[in-house]
Write a protein that binds this ligand. Structure first.
Ligand SMILES: NC(=O)c1ccc[n+]([C@@H]2O[C@H](COP(=O)([O-])OP(=O)(O)OC[C@H]3O[C@@H](n4cnc5c(N)ncnc54)[C@H](OP(=O)(O)O)[C@@H]3O)[C@@H](O)[C@H]2O)c1
Length: 236
């Protein structure tokens, strides 16, 4: 097994931002572990695809164990898998609550714990969460307490883990997007969504990929919540 080359693990890699991140790391010479429920096998020997529900600990265990067997190491984890349900607070069902907490929070917990254990063995690594600007800048037009609860928790956990692991060579950061043009948003909603950003337009997937790659290549940056949101977090 060639274990000289770095390995990036991307969750939620079957589409949208996660699929683009997997491609971007691959282009930079990383071997990539890509996971999502509908992940399909890849012809590329440097991409390991593992299908599973990230909310289940057994998925995290399988992803890490297959990654170590195939590639021997885990250098970067991008916690990108996420779901978004916007509703008035009292309309949320218990099923909504459990689903959003399951993917966004429990999913983060299991895979991050196991990935960091691997990073510690090599004395270094990088963990990045994809959160949302809505966690810090609530918007009256987009009531989404479950996004604030879960992604706000990830922002806090980012800082906490950054400090806990700063002395062990593991950096922990987050990217907080505004609204990004992905399959999450139907085309008929785009004009209204454009208008919700001071810069006058939604972001593109490439904006988030560039931000993650910047953090990857920034050895003096840890505990950072990097807003990539067309100015939303600055005000309106
Ligand atoms: N798009 C935006 O405007 C926006 C804004 C702010 C933050 N974000 C965040 O950015 C991240 C990516 O968003 P996106 O727009 O690319 O979303 P997307 O197109 O809906 O993709 C979400 C990814 O997460 C995976 N996923 C969902 N539930 C899962 C589960 N239970 N287990 C494993 N994987 C699961 C999906 O794969 P499967 O369905 O195959 O499982 C898919 O690959 C999310 O965390 C999202 O909250 C997005």
């Amino acid at each position: 097994m060639d274990s000289d080359r770095k390995v990036a693990l991307i969750t939620g890699a079957s589409q949208g931002i996660g699929a683009a991140l997997a491609g971007a790391y691959r282009e930079r010479g990383y071997r990539v572990v890509a996971t999502a429920r509908s992940m399909r096998p890849s012809d590329d020997p440097d991409i390991l695809a593992v299908a599973g529900d990230i909310a289940e600990r057994s998925t995290a265990e399988r992803v890490i164990s297959e990654a170590v067997t195939r590639f021997g190491r885990v250098d970067t984890l991008v916690n990108n898998a996420g779901i978004f349900i916007a509703k008035p607070f009292t309309d949320y069902t218990e099923a909504d609550y459990l689903m959003v907490l399951g993917v966004n929070t429990t999913g983060f917990f299991h895979i991050t714990q196991l990935a960091i254990a691997q990073m510690e063995k090599r004395g270094g690594g990088h963990v990045v969460q994809i959160t949302t600007t809505l966690a810090e800048q609530a918007n009256s037009k987009v009531p989404a307490v479950l996004a604030a609860l879960t992604k706000g928790g990830l922002n806090a956990a980012t800082r906490s883990l950054a400090i806990e692991y700063a002395g062990r060579g593991i950096r922990v950061n987050a990217v907080a997007p505004g609204i990004i043009r992905t399959p999450m948003h139907p085309p008929e909603s785009h004009a209204a969504l454009d208008g919700m950003h001071p810069l006058g337009h939604m972001g593109d997937i490439s904006d988030i990929v560039q931000a993650v790659l910047y953090l990857e290549a920034a050895p003096f940056v840890t505990g950072e919540i990097l807003h990539v949101d067309g100015g939303q977090s600055a005000g309106r």
